[in-house]
Design a protein around this ligand. Sequence first.
Ligand code: NOJ
Length: 551
Amino acid sequence: MKNNDWYRGMSFYQIWIRSFKDGNGDGIGDLYGVYEKLEYIKSLGVDGIWFSPIYPSPNADFGYDISDYKNIHPDYGDLAQFQKVLRKAHELGLKVIMDLVVNHTSDEHPWFIESRKGKDNPYSDYYIWRDKPNNWKSLFEGEAWEYDESRGQYYLHIFAKKQPDLNMDNPKVREEVKSILRFWLDMGVDGFREDVINFISKVEGLPDGLPFLPAVNGMPYYKDGPHIHEYMAEFREVCSEYDCFQLGEGPMTTVKSALQYMTGDTKSLDMMFSFDHMMADCVYTEYVHRSFSLVKLKKAFTKWQNALNGRAWNALYLENHDHPRVISRYGSEKYWRESGTMLAASYLFQQGTPFLYQGQEIGMTNIRLKHIDQYVDISSHTNFHTYHLKDSIEKRMARIHHSSRDSARTPMQWDATKNAGFSEEKPWFYVNPNYKRINVEAEEADADSILNFYRKCLALRKKSKTLLWGTYKEYFPSNEHIYMYERAYQNIRYVIICSFASHPVRVMKPKEYYGRKGKLVLCNYPKDAACDDRGYGWFRPYEARVYRFDL
Ligand code: NOJ
């Protein structure tokens, strides 16, 4: 296997800047705060940072509605401060990747302001305009078309009304994208996470979707569209002039289509974020809620591990800014430390490049605000005001508590002082009241904390060829409580065993391991874990163990 691509042996930390750390005392996270915390990020054992959008934006979708691609949002600093952060990150040996959001812009972007003026304007074809809308629904806000008075036409928005879709069929738009890539690469960034990149080419004629499908009814006509690989090749060509890493976000992507982006003649991405494992309890748009199924989660993990092995490389993640906190989803707030550490082990040792989302490393949990009006995320409002309207307010709020993206966007909990040490001023959003217990400072001081467990996992992974490059195999896939997987490389094997149960579970060894005594190298409980010839003994609630076998 080719394993010399630099990103493959790495791990990344995702910063959603508004809630990371306020450095200039206005209650909003910023690049001054990031600068202060770069050593902390480095201390986790990660090798790079992914910045969710930090560009000027009216924040209809908190940065994913960009009004200037070549600048920094004044709330977060300026280009000079960004360069300072970039320089220091590089000095510390951290790569920096930016978010590239080019499926849509903000409606306040100068291109759209011009485009909406009329049909005889240099920007008139930068967006997708029609006299008559089709029946597509948007993912965030009702119909996917909005009538614009000044232009006298409808524009397409797959996301919010304030996020008009760019017309990527227009070569001028693609030139703009290339110019954005060059701008940041010339400044020294190391790559891009490319937002909903599999949506950028739409089927000609924009046919109606199936009427009975909810928000996703247009998806067959804009996911992996007819010209996607041509456009992606153009962007890849620019990136190839630099040492640039490209990671695509692929909502609803399948193994088959993801492999087209990552291999062969159509290779245009180094990795892709897939969504299959996010379906183990919820869907992206939050209107359906399912109870968690470990078997489903494992199936998704294993499907991607097997399919990509030797052909491409997985982007591993459990959390990001689009999903509620994982401990609150399918860990346990009661067994907070145990489940937080177990969840780390459940994905950090798979084959691929792990991504950690800010706060995940200290086990931050969901916030539960009383009123819907206290929430700021557009999709939470759509969820509350559109779906299951017959349910009681309490029931609808319970769904928000369980599923809102805002739960992942509360200010980072740095210490037990006022505002969790995030800011001296009133933070822009609610701090989770559990910050006195769950915070970086407290966990730094506790050798058995979730924070220190993440560090141990990342360090173990980094120094082991088996954990970095080894093959993956799952055992007991239909077990409803235990996730057991093996990594193998030459004569060294690791077996990672994670209990997702809140009660003790007896765990057998796979037959291949009968009579072999492994060495327990990592455990999230005090090390009195029993293991005999045939079994690993009883696993305590949310216990995780990593055994090493030298064959
Ligand atoms: C995916 C991003 O991660 C999400 O935050 C955003 O709302 C949509 N794309 C639209 O840009």
